[in-house]
Design a protein around this ligand. Structure first.
Ligand code: FE
Ligand code: MN
Length: 389
């Protein structure tokens, strides 16, 4: 799904690929890089040194954004993909959502409750993620291209937070009610405490040459990327998009589709970051530590299932609590496997194959006519198959 970057020289291989020098059209001491369709000529020895000094952590600290030579090409590719996906909440019409919200007979209590929970939970969760990206992860990494893509990540969390404000104002929901949900609903407070406990301890100067602190940092990257954004966001994503498939809240559903597409890039970004971190610091990646990460995911799943029970207290409006729980088990295992960790529930099927297709949004799609019809056929069949098994 990533837009391939034009990379011709010296951006992918490690160590610095000096042998790929273009000696025909440059000076003998120069290396030419082509990044995003642009060509750059770098002094060979300087480029080599800059490349060697680039590290996920404990690399050269610099106020200069010396992106070249790129060491983490995946980070720059992701940055380009993310920027190509740019959207703003005001692009999305809310008229139909407002009509439905205000009507007396079009919606059930369960449907209203899911929307309130969605707006309430994500209003604060997006902020927590963005804050951790800026004040923990982006602070600690040293390579400029990693800082670049993390800055974009934080900005996308701003857009998500702004989209929730747009939903609140469109529907006329009292903002204090949303804040209160964050404090009063125990399954929400537990989810927040779970992520904050690996965030608070990192908001100070830490000696990141100490393997114990490296593990703390790795845990933070894993927990925010794979457990929170990668798993605990998906209960409500699934519910809101299931309503969207029933033509309920088309504007809100559309915003969540864009958000989900962004989140998939955030999950991939933090996964790649964790993999690069462990490749550069292989001593942290012990069986014991891998098990600690799996246990974090196990805890995340328990918390998410409790939250799902609060969002969807009974099977209603065609949504089944059991299927959402199964989906969480399924998606959590994909996250674990993505990081080279063993699945917790191997063999669990995806009850919502349509959800992945919800992310497949064409940039040029007309918002007013933005109907998705392709996925409905296959997902209806797949859902029947899953139920029968
Ligand atoms: Fe987000
Ligand atoms: Mn995110």
């Amino acid at each position: 799904m990533f837009i391939p970057m034009t990379v011709s020289r010296g951006t992918l291989a490690t160590p610095f690929p000096i042998s790929k020098r273009l000696s025909n059209n440059t000076m003998a001491n120069d290396t030419t890089f082509s990044v995003g369709g642009r060509e750059f000529v770098l002094d060979n020895s300087k480029a080599e040194q800059a490349f060697a000094e680039k590290k996920v952590i404990n690399g050269r600290e610099s106020v200069f954004f010396n992106l070249l030579p790129l060491k983490y090409a995946w980070a720059y590719e992701l940055y380009r993909t993310m920027k190509a996906n740019h959207w703003e909440p005001e692009d999305i019409p809310m008229q139909k959502d407002i009509e439905q919200w205000q009507s007396q007979d079009e919606l059930s209590d369960v449907e209203r409750w899911i929307i309130r929970m969605g707006i309430g939970y994500f209003s604060a969760a997006e902020g927590i993620v963005g804050d951790n990206i800026l004040h923990v992860i982006r602070e600690k990494v040293t390579a400029p291209e990693l800082k670049l893509v993390l800055g974009r990540h934080a900005q996308e969390e701003n857009i998500h937070a702004d989209s929730l404000l747009y939903m609140i104002s469109s529907l006329g929901i009292n903002p204090h009610e949303c804040e209160a949900m964050f404090e009063d609903i125990p399954t929400i407070t537990r989810k927040n405490e779970f992520v904050m406990k690996v965030s608070r301890s990192l908001r100070r100067d830490l000696d990141l040459t100490d393997p114990e602190n490296q593990k703390l940092f790795a845990k933070n990257v894993f927990l925010f990327g794979q457990c929170m954004e990668g798993t605990q966001f998906y209960g409500l994503f699934g519910m809101i998009l299931a309503l969207y498939r029933q033509n309920k809240f088309p504007g809100i559903g559309q915003m969540f589709r864009y958000t989900l597409r962004d989140e998939s890039n955030h999950i991939e970004l933090l996964r790649q970051l964790l993999m690069a971190l462990k490749d550069e610091n292989p001593h942290i990646w012990t069986d014991e530590f891998k098990n600690e990460l799996r246990e974090l995911m196990r805890e995340a799943i328990v918390l998410e299932k409790g939250f799902i029970a609060d969002c969807l207290p009974t099977n209603a409006v065609g949504l089944s609590q059991g299927e959402f729980n199964q989906y969480i088990d399924y998606i959590a295992d994909r996250r674990l496997e993505g990081c080279g960790l063993q699945a917790l529930n191997p063999g669990v099927d995806n009850p919502f194959p349509w959800l992945a297709e919800m992310m497949d949004i064409k940039k040029e799609q007309n918002f007013f006519e933005g109907r998705v019809t392709e996925y409905q056929k296959s997902s209806a069949l797949a859902a029947v198959d899953d139920d029968e098994l």
